[in-house]
Design a protein around this ligand. Structure first.
Ligand SMILES: Cc1cc2nc3c(=O)[nH]c(=O)nc-3n(C[C@H](O)[C@H](O)[C@H](O)COP(=O)(O)O)c2cc1C
Length: 219
């Protein structure tokens, strides 16, 4: 879902008014559509590094990236997938809320740990609930990030799952890091404090934004 960005005026608008500001026109003209990102974490751990990356992405998008809104979408309350829980075409309430959040987003950011060379059951469960007809992932752009180097393997599996879900992943830049290896890049609260990693994350978010706008014919 895209929202008009009402905070800026176009050059055209300014020149037509001879430099004067017409407040009404200023709030109605859209310069850059806002891309809404649903951020999903594959870890339930309280001190999850991957969730720390999502918090950093939220902060970066707020402070440094115009036109990108990242929202964390909780998966902890989702029951383990069981189609018996689908009654009269309805999903359990927590699933309905989750699916609606995905439907409202333009794209998805998956923070994926590596569990035994693949995606975590938490993430797969969320992907599977979203895939139940009608598939809420269809046509969305996506990016994957990982707090551990092994996450690259999980990311390949995630991309493969994305083929059937009709998710369109950006190819570059890849984003992974080694959160467990010193020097520490997260503080005691699990917040990302390493500036180089933040720069890499920002590059990845900009790439996701550009790709999403391009796919939506707005870029
Ligand atoms: C069941 C399990 C399997 C794991 N398998 C791998 C693995 O194959 N490769 C790897 O690099 N790390 C593996 N790890 C380590 C996690 O990916 C790592 O601890 C990561 O930081 C967890 O993400 P989080 O910090 O967001 O919770 C595994 C962890 C668990 C609990």
């Amino acid at each position: 879902m895209s929202y008009p960005n009402t905070s800026k005026r176009s050059k055209h608008e300014e020149s037509e008014k001879g430099g004067e500001i017409d407040q009404e026109v200023a709030v109605s003209i859209s310069e850059k559509p806002v891309i809404k990102v649903a951020a999903i974490c594959g870890s339930l751990r309280k001190a999850s590094y991957n969730r720390g990356l999502i918090r950093a992405a939220i902060e970066l998008s707020k402070e440094q990236i115009e036109g990108l809104h990242v929202e964390y979408v909780e998966t902890a309350a989702l029951p383990m997938l069981n189609t018996d829980l689908e009654v009269d075409g309805k999903f359990p309430a927590e699933v309905e809320v989750f699916r609606q959040k995905i439907l409202e987003a333009d794209c998805c950011l998956f923070a994926s740990p590596d569990y035994n060379y693949s995606v975590t059951p938490i993430l797969k469960n969320a992907l599977d609930w979203g895939s139940r007809p009608p598939n809420v992932w269809a046509g969305k752009t996506a990016a994957a990030i990982s707090a551990v180097g092994g996450g690259r393997r999980a990311q390949y599996h995630l991309r493969q799952i994305g083929v059937f879900l009709d998710l369109h992943f950006i190819n570059k830049p890849e984003f992974y890091m080694n959160a467990h290896r010193p020097p520490g890049k997260f503080n005691a609260d699990g917040d990302l404090v390493d500036s180089e990693t933040k720069d890499n994350l920002k590059e990845m978010l900009l790439s996701l934004q550009a790709f999403t706008l391009r796919l939506q014919g707005k870029g």
